[in-house]
Design a protein around this ligand. Structure first.
Ligand code: SF4
Length: 224
């Protein structure tokens, strides 16, 4: 029987820097490859640098070295690789809390309800605003009806136009009422104080998110 393998950019143990679970210790499985090219991408190495081919067994063995710790599968875009599904299943079977960070361009309908999906919705400033899979907002809302909190939505914003675009989308879909919704300033592009001021002015019930790992380790771009 052929081995189940995945293309891996890096495996590491760090502080979860984003999502509503920011601040917790977390094991990261960063898959190689991405179908988007966001203007502010801080993970270009996932599609520009060499990757490793690793068996499911070897990946799970790395995770097993950190017993009881939450696991995030990220990228790149992890849903591009079919074998991410058996990986998620195996981690859940091992009793792990599993997060899947996805860029929103691929349907999330096959992701088990026990997995916490953190889904980007790409803003105009990313250059990828047309990438959102058609049903993903409806799927996110449905996931949260089935298992509350099982899908978070994240917007990375580059300027006021992005903010207004995201605010209007949140209001149009009533996102914040049922779905943890995170607004994050693009690093080095949008001043968090500006974003905070706009959110406060509009009384927008979303969470301002700063990348904790970037604040803790500003000199490191990988492995954190
Ligand atoms: S989806 Fe993520 S990894 Fe892919 S280009 Fe955009 S920011 Fe980079």
């Amino acid at each position: 029987m052929p081995e189940t393998t995945l293309l891996i950019s890096e495996l590491f143990y760090s502080i979860q820097g984003e999502s509503t679970r920011a601040g917790f210790p977390c094991v990261f499985i960063r898959l190689a490859g991405c179908n988007l090219r966001c203007a502010y991408c801080d993970a270009r190495y996932t599609y520009e640098s060499p990757h490793a081919v690793m068996t499911l067994e070897a990946i799970v063995s790395f995770v097993d070295g950190h017993p009881g710790i939450m696991v995030e599968i990220t990228g790149g875009e992890p849903l591009l690789q079919e074998n991410v599904y058996p990986l998620m299943a195996q981690l859940l079977a091992g009793g792990r809390v599993v997060l899947l960070e996805t860029n929103g361009s691929l349907p999330i309908d096959r992701v088990a309800p026990e997995v916490i999906v953190v889904m980007d919705i790409k803003s105009p400033g990313s250059g990828m605003a047309d990438s959102l899979a058609a049903d993903n907002i409806a799927l996110a809302l449905a996931r949260n009806r089935q298992v509350p909190g099982s899908c978070e939505i994240k917007f990375v914003l580059t300027d006021k136009n992005d903010y207004i675009w995201a605010r209007d989308l949140v209001n149009r879909h009533g996102l914040a009422a049922s779905t943890p919704t995170l607004f994050s300033p693009a690093k080095g592009t949008l001043d968090p104080a500006d974003l905070a001021a706009w959110m406060l002015h509009d009384k927008l019930p979303v969470r301002l998110q700063l990348q904790l790992h970037a604040l803790i380790w500003p000199h490191l771009s990988r492995g954190v």
